[in-house]
Each structure stands twice: as structure tokens, then as C-alpha cells.
Write a protein that binds this ligand. Structure first.
Ligand code: ATP
Length: 253
């Protein structure tokens, strides 16, 4: 079943041509959909449009059967809890002045009146934070630390814990392992896969790293200059009939 359907989405900035240009795709419930393309092709812009962090020029974004592209403010709020995002740089994503426990409780505080959690329970704030840290394989004692007291890989686990805390349907992973060393990258990818099955999550997995995309995703979209030039099932990624641009990306990585 389609969780997210995007029709002819276009977004341009005042400074140039369309960063995302008439893009259409769907993402199924439980799927990990890959999005690859070189720097500047429009991946993050598309991600921000899906999160409604940007207004779009035209097109539709349909989430769980509801058109959300024109919703604003309080009307958009109920849909925000269905999509979360994890960004490349966990240091920038975490407020340095807050302890990890306060960072992790924040989305819950924001949405608690409309949440129906199936996996986590909230008998107390401490217990909930402990469950979240456990889910991303961090010690409970990290609750009292500040972000700068964690390694890059541990900080990325905290951003993941925050993203899963309200059990969204979809997480947009925008280069989630790009700032990590190779060992941490592998560990975070394994964790993402295990969280996906435990929490029945769907992912839009944006990455330069074709090996990671191949490992994680069932289907792959290839973007160039704001448009999709190719798409395929995972098994077809290295096939001869791929678009010349896909082959170029494969040859680089
Ligand atoms: N806020 C903005 N104002 C003006 N132009 C922007 C803005 N954000 C992005 N762009 C432009 O839109 C295009 C797409 O950028 P975007 O960040 O979406 O690419 P990307 O594929 O995510 O790149 P990367 O992999 O390097 O993050 C680029 O030409 C970029 O310069």
C-alpha cells in the first residue's frame, strides 16, 4: 500500500532554475526507497518539501491518503508526527545546551495528545528515555549527558532515537552516515535495518553511497538536475540496461 505519493512536485528558488522539477514517485508502507544523485541535484530540497519545511511551487504530496502540500500551521500539525527526518550532521541537529533526555522527550511533549504509541510506553519520562536509548543501543546513563560528550556515531544514534520516539510512519534519512567513519557507518546501517523491522518503519534513504543504498533499499530512484532519470529494483542496479548517468554514479563509487 502506498504511504506517500508525490505527483509532479516542483520547487524552485529565486536564485535559479527548479531545484526539483516535476518529480513523481510513490513509497510503499514498510519500504526503504533509495534516492541517489550527485551533489546539488535536488535531493535535500525534495526531502525538505516532503517534510513541508519548504513551500512547493506545484504538484501534490499525498501522505496516508491526505493531500498535505497546501496545509499550513495547525492544519499541518497532525501530519508532522507521521514523518521525521535524520540529517547528515548530528552535531548541527542536536541543541548543544540540552541534555540528551531533554532532546529525546521533546517530540513526545509536542505531540503527546495525538500519539498512539504501539512499541514504547511512557510510565515516566525517565523510563521512556531509557527505552529510546536502549532501542538505539546506547547506555541509559547517556540521558544526563550533553551532545558534546558523545562521539559522532553516538550523536547520530541520538538523532535516530529522537526520530523514532513518536513512532512515525516514515523517516527521511538524508545522508545519515556521511559524517561517520566506516565502522560507525556499518553499525548505524545495521541499526537502521533492525529498527525498521521492529517498528514497521518506512524510509526514504538519501545517500551518495551506492553500496549503502544497495544494502538498505528495495527500490532506487536516480536524480539528476532536479529530475528522476532512472529508477529500478535493487537487484537491477548493476544491470547493463541502466541509464548512462546511473552507470556513471556506479563507476565513481
Ligand atoms: N535555500 C536555497 N536557496 C537557493 N537555492 C538553493 C537553496 N537550497 C538549495 N538550493 C539550490 O538548489 C539546488 C539543489 O540543492 P540540494 O541541496 O537540494 O541538492 P542535494 O542533491 O541535496 O545536494 P547535496 O548532496 O550536496 O546535499 C542546488 O543548485 C542548490 O544550490
Amino acid at each position: 500500500m502506498s504511504l506517500l505519493t508525490v505527483n509532479q512536485l516542483t520547487k524552485s528558488y529565486k536564485t535559479g532554475t527548479a531545484a526539483v522539477n516535476h518529480v513523481s514517485f510513490h513509497l510503499n508502507q514498510g519500504e526503504c526507497l533509495g534516492l541517489v544523485g550527485e551533489s546539488g541535484c535536488g535531493k535535500s530540497t525534495l526531502a525538505r518539501c516532503l517534510l513541508r519545511l519548504e513551500d512547493i511551487d506545484s504538484g501534490n504530496i499525498i501522505l496516508n491518503g491526505v493531500r498535505i502540500e497546501e496545509l499550513h500551521g495547525r492544519k499541518l500539525q497532525p501530519y508532522r508526527k507521521h514523518i521525521q527526518i535524520v540529517l547528515q550532521n548530528p552535531s548541527a541537529a542536536l541543541n548543544p545546551k540540552l541534555r540528551i533526555k531533554d532532546i529525546l522527550i521533546d517530540p513526545y511533549e509536542q505531540f503527546k495528545h495525538e500519539l498512539q504509541l504501539k512499541h514504547f510506553t511512557v510510565p515516566s519520562r525517565d523510563s521512556y528515555v531509557k527505552q529510546l536509548l536502549e532501542a538505539v543501543e546506547l547506555p541509559a546513563s547517556f540521558a544526563d549527558r550533553y551532545p558534546h560528550e558523545l562521539s559522532g556515531g553516538q550523536r547520530q544514534r541520538v538523532t535516530l532515537a529522537r526520530a523514532i520516539s513518536i513512532e512515525p510512519d516514515l523517516i527521511v534519512l538524508d545522508e545519515p552516515t556521511a559524517s561517520l567513519d566506516v565502522l560507525s557507518q556499518g553499525a548505524v546501517l545495521d541499526l537502521l535495518a533492525s529498527l525498521q523491522s521492529q517498528l514497521a518503519l518506512s524510509y526514504l534513504f538519501i545517500s551518495h553511497d551506492l553500496a549503502a543504498v544497495y544494502q538498505m533499499c528495495q527500490r532506487i530512484l536516480v536524480m539528476k538536475d532536479g529530475q528522476f532519470v532512472d529508477q529500478c529494483e535493487r537487484e537491477q542496479l548493476f544491470h547493463e540496461e541502466r541509464h548512462a548517468y546511473t552507470k556513471e554514479l556506479i563507476s565513481i563509487y
